[in-house]
Design a protein around this ligand. Sequence first.
Ligand SMILES: Cc1cc2nc3c(=O)[nH]c(=O)nc-3n(C[C@H](O)[C@H](O)[C@H](O)COP(=O)(O)O)c2cc1C
Length: 181
Amino acid sequence: MVQAAAIIQGAGSSMREQGVDGVRFRQALAAHASGVVVITAQAAGALVGLTVTSFTSVSLAPPLVSFYVDRASATWTSLKLADYFAVNVLADEQTELAAIFARKGIDRFANCLGWRMGAHGVPLLDGTSAHLICHRHSVADIGDHILVVGHVVEAGTTGGDPLLYHRASFGSFVPLSRGSE
Ligand SMILES: Cc1cc2nc3c(=O)[nH]c(=O)nc-3n(C[C@H](O)[C@H](O)[C@H](O)COP(=O)(O)O)c2cc1C
């Protein structure tokens, strides 16, 4: 909602947005639990990827998804060259994989357990609960992040349980009651 509000209000609202205390802002955001994905792509012959919690669905028809990447990200300098990218939805036993794809200064693909080349030349990580292959739809500068929207051209699921992130910790999903399938 914060991100959506920033888009609607535009740059002219920067004074009002600065009114919130930075610590309280981060604490409030940390109360929001999210799934964990790794965005992967092949750009100029190199494999790139990063762990992301800002992933969300955008539209069903057309099928659009999005994520936000830090403007200062070194990964983005390569990722922005790719026409296609994959969203790898991590399963609850993949906390180490989430950590590897967030670590600076390492070859993230050499350190992960396994991956394969998917359609459109995008690397798909092994053991995930789902994947979506996306054609880059649009990109927009939003504050200190960049909004990346992808048009989903292929999707697959394995039925694994999701990895969650909440208050700087990884966890798994425990249903309070069984919902309708
Ligand atoms: C749980 C978690 C969620 C993250 N979510 C995002 C995100 O939504 N956007 C982003 O740009 N970076 C996110 N990061 C940081 C990146 O995974 C990674 O640390 C960063 O891209 C490393 O910097 P580099 O791209 O300069 O190598 C997240 C990291 C973790 C551990």
